[in-house]
Ligand binder design. Sequence first.
Ligand code: SF4
Ligand code: SF4
Length: 165
Amino acid sequence: MNETVYTPTSSFAEELAAIPGGEAVNKCIQCGICTASCAVARYSDEYRPRQLIQKILLGEREEVLKSTLPWLCMTCRLCEERCQEGVSPAEIFHAVRILAAREGHVPQSFRHVVSALIRDGWLLNDSYTDFEEDDREDLGLNTELGWNNEFLKRIKKLIPLEESE
Ligand code: SF4
Ligand code: SF4
């Protein structure tokens, strides 16, 4: 049986294809089903999964890595369900974010969220009540919620957090 061979169309696409999640980027035929399916695209005039993949295939490395758009994907995977070519834009944008984070391009809003999470343990600190602890105790779960320090070290290395943290 003949197997189709996909050739990377840009060095950036080749670079992403070597990162977990980015392998299928060169299979994209630019049909646009992902954009037509995407809930984020419905509410944003700028976020277009097909167009972002096109920029990758064209080798627009700096533009894509410095953009906040790949960080808008909420990983609902509807595009992945519908793509006839077996491409997952969600996974591709995950690979883009890995590369962008390595090069220091993490959007400020994302850094803020991670800082708050590390500082408070969650994002809704003010809504924390004794109920949660009681529930955890009732369920036989540990009520002393400690952090995985090794995980924290890795996050802090990857994402420069806010000064006050
Ligand atoms: S990722 Fe799939 S659905 Fe989206 S443009 Fe490419 S081939 Fe079409
Ligand atoms: S996974 Fe991301 S790109 Fe795909 S439909 Fe959901 S939000 Fe849009």
